[in-house]
Design a protein around this ligand. Structure first.
Ligand SMILES: Nc1ncnc2c1ncn2[C@@H]1O[C@H](COP(=O)(O)OP(=O)(O)OP(=O)(O)O)[C@@H](O)[C@H]1O
Ligand SMILES: [Mg+2]
Length: 323
């Protein structure tokens, strides 16, 4: 915490008791050339948190190698001191083939079907592909200054330890997340609908890793709202990853066990709510598949031809048909 707590997810900055946050200086931002960035990425593999390395900090939760950075005009910058970072850079995950392209595809697809997502970029450092996502917990003013906005994920909101983030271990469920939104959100009805769309979308793309730390609440005003979608990855295209979904849908962990009656169970027990989720399911099943095929073509035009993208489209086709 001492080494990396100055820049966390959300607005918290943690410093040792006797230490005051350093004041802002111009050399807080160091634009990196490819050689330096490559060195840092190598280092990141050895020291995942980059703690203690030349004041670099990275204190974001999650299993993947990632780095909080600045990114402007196609250049990655290292941010030191008190200046907030604005982007997150992720590398390929070992044993998860082409994960960078998978996440890029899923995030862009979500945007296409109307789910709010931060802007994503594919960036190359030499031949190393990096996935760069804009931070939704940062706000840039007209003068270029950046403010931190607080966020907490659903595990934090419920006081659930990250070690038990999956529902089967005692982590958040669809129902408990919806309950948090209904009680605490600034826009309960709209946010509950947004969460429902995210859950249906994750089912369609085969993201079985949508656990309680992959949804967050964002404190733009005094009351929180559901944060944009992030960490969207089709895990079901990889035979080596767990098929079990992070949260049950109407009592079922396995996608093939989910029928319409199970979807009905994740909404209030009224005729209107059931009709509504059926409508959402049919709309998203059709729309997501259509947009996936369009996005695949766009990827091809940009020279991005990856079997993983074909596999995701095939999977969406199957799940869509199932719905
Ligand atoms: N675009 C973003 N803006 C702000 N915060 C983000 C963003 N993306 C991720 N985060 C925060 O960083 C944390 C880790 O990011 P992410 O979930 O993408 O990483 P991960 O390593 O893939 O996680 P997992 O352990 O779920 O695989 C998230 O839980 C969230 O709090
Ligand atoms: Mg995550």
């Amino acid at each position: 915490m001492e080494a990396i707590g100055g820049e966390c997810a959300g607005a918290l900055s943690l410093y040792p008791e006797e230490q005051r946050p350093p004041s802002h200086t111009e050399d807080d931002i160091e634009v990196l050339d490819d050689a330096k960035l490559r060195d840092i990425l190598e280092l990141l593999k050895k020291h995942p948190l980059l703690a203690g390395e030349d004041k670099m900090r990275l204190s974001l939760a999650g299993a993947q190698e990632k780095m909080a950075v600045g990114f402007q005009n196609g250049k990655v910058a290292l941010i030191k001191g008190v200046t907030p970072t604005t982007h997150i850079l992720k590398l390929l995950i070992e044993h998860v083939t082409d994960s960078v392209y998978n996440e890029l595809f899923c995030m862009r697809l979500a945007k296409k079907v109307g789910i709010s997502t931060p802007t994503t970029t594919l960036h190359f450092v030499g031949d190393i592909p990096c996935y760069i996502v804009e931070r939704y917990d940062r706000e840039r003013a007209k003068d270029g200054s950046v403010t931190r906005i607080h966020q907490e994920d659903f595990c934090q909101a419920m006081g659930i330890s990250p070690e038990i983030k999956y529902e089967r271990e005692g982590g958040p469920s669809v129902e408990s997340c919806q309950n948090i939104l209904s009680v605490h959100s600034a826009k309960p009805a709209a946010d509950q609908l947004r969460l429902l769309e995210m859950i249906i979308f994750n089912y369609l793309i085969g993201n079985a890793d949508a656990h309680g730390k992959n949804f967050s609440l964002l404190y733009k005003g005094t009351k929180p709202e559901l944060a944009p979608a992030y960490d969207l990855l089709s895990t079901a295209v990889y035979p080596n990853l767990s098929e079990k979904m992070a949260m049950k849908i109407g009592g079922k962990y396995r996608p093939e066990d989910v029928f319409m009656r199970h979807w009905h169970r994740i909404v209030p027990n009224t005729k209107a709510a059931k009709t509504n989720i059926e409508k959402q399911l049919h709309r998203l099943a059709k729309h997501t598949l259509e947009q996936a095929l369009i996005l695949k073509e766009e990827f091809h035009k940009d020279g991005l031809k990856f079997p993983v993208v074909d596999d995701i489209c095939t999977l969406i086709g199957e799940r869509s048909k199932r719905i």
